[in-house]
Design a protein around this ligand. Sequence first.
Ligand SMILES: *[C@@H]1O[C@H](CO)[C@@H](O)[C@H](O)[C@H]1NC(C)=O
Length: 487
Amino acid sequence: MLFEAFILLVVLPLFFLTLLLFGAFVIIPGAFIFASWYMRIYERKKQRRLRDGPNLAFFHPYCNAGGGGERVLWVAIKAILTRYPDTNIYIYTVDTAEPQTIANKVQNTFNVKVDASKLNFIRLVSKRVIEASSYPYFTLLMQSLGSMVMGMEAFMKFNPDIFIDTTGYAFTYPIFRYLAQCPVGTYTHYPIITKSMMRRVQQRIVSYNNRGIIARNPVFTWCKLLYYKAFGWLYGIVGRCADVVMVNGTWTEDHINDLWNSPFKTHRVYPPCEVTELKQLRSLVKDTDPIRILSVAQFRPEKDHPLMLQAMYELRNLLVKNEVLWNKIKLVFAGACRNAEDEERVQNLKDLAKHLSLENSVQFVVNAPYAQLLQLYQTCSIGLHAMWNEHFGISVVELMAAGLITIAHRSGGPLADIVETSDTSRTGFLCSEADEYARAILEVIALAPDERQRIIDAARASVDRFSTLEFEKTFLRVAEPLMKLDS
Ligand SMILES: *[C@@H]1O[C@H](CO)[C@@H](O)[C@H](O)[C@H]1NC(C)=O
């Protein structure tokens, strides 16, 4: 009795009083101090920005690598500097080369000229945290947490006014959105995780992301699926921290929309392709020449060279009564071999050609230098592409730009992004089976000259969608909200 009264009359009131005092003297003033400190920083940032121009930081750890992703980075930087000359460009990177060396390499590999004096590099040291090889298990999650660590390092070394990630490290966005309080943009080439990766785990298929030991065991499979689902959910949360999302094509757009589910701020911006030079090539094919069909593809299994050989086989069946025409048709396989496996594949393809008695109709051009490739573009009149579900298909764009009538696989990027087949605006042909390819080849050969020219012109005009100029225009339009003050 006495004890309860004591609690009720003394302890509880004291407890609430303490809480009240704590609130009145600690939390509320603390919040005010924090807010005014924060506003001061914000004000100072804004004043500085009005005086010296915005500090725009790109997150691109391997900015000196010279691949397709880097081309996007540098063309974007050049476009921004042309449109907003007072912008100060910062690049978060682990590369250690000097600014001038990097600018020279950019000029040489991409033919993009940027003024090295406009570039500031924020050197990051936490390189190992984003490398897949650092994590034998839970690679996706660990790498993503690693990129967060790297994002923290970046934020602590430099607090920008605008943040744009061009590599797809989505886990850095919350850091810049909430700690640095700056607008966040992203250019994503590839989703870190896809629904099809999840499906492969669910259906217990052994693949690069699913070891045999997991696929065979239902409990492991269940755990892994849970892990993927949870990771996909997290990926969506951090992804939605971006204010502007750019994706490099329809394939990426579909997957990002699946996982981030913010279609209104997601924009498709095709990466810049070098089509200008190819568009200027003039055909050197004469009526008396053989009819050459060109495939440009590395000798990798997914490129499906055997399908093209089968198409030739079907074509000969269609032409049994027309030896003369058949003897004029030649297929040229141009492509690179990266290693001994690729070379073995070439040998197998030659054997297959012989087996189908096509050895006189098929020619192999391995590791041709660029000049020879240009010559091939000018002496062939039909382009062939056979890979199933290719994400994009830059080789198809290049064949079309070079003025060949292109027959591509009816799937993936060629279907979604590149080839138009409606009769009035045809830019090429789409096929999926060998006999379909054979009939398409015959159809192209039989085209009337004016119709043929119309398709070539339409195809060449259509690839402008993938040109550097178009990239710059779309990138600037989509990035505009990021560049506005007080956005
Ligand atoms: C987007 O990037 C991925 C990964 O680099 C690539 O496979 C795909 O072809 C790209 N898409 C386009 C439209 O270039």
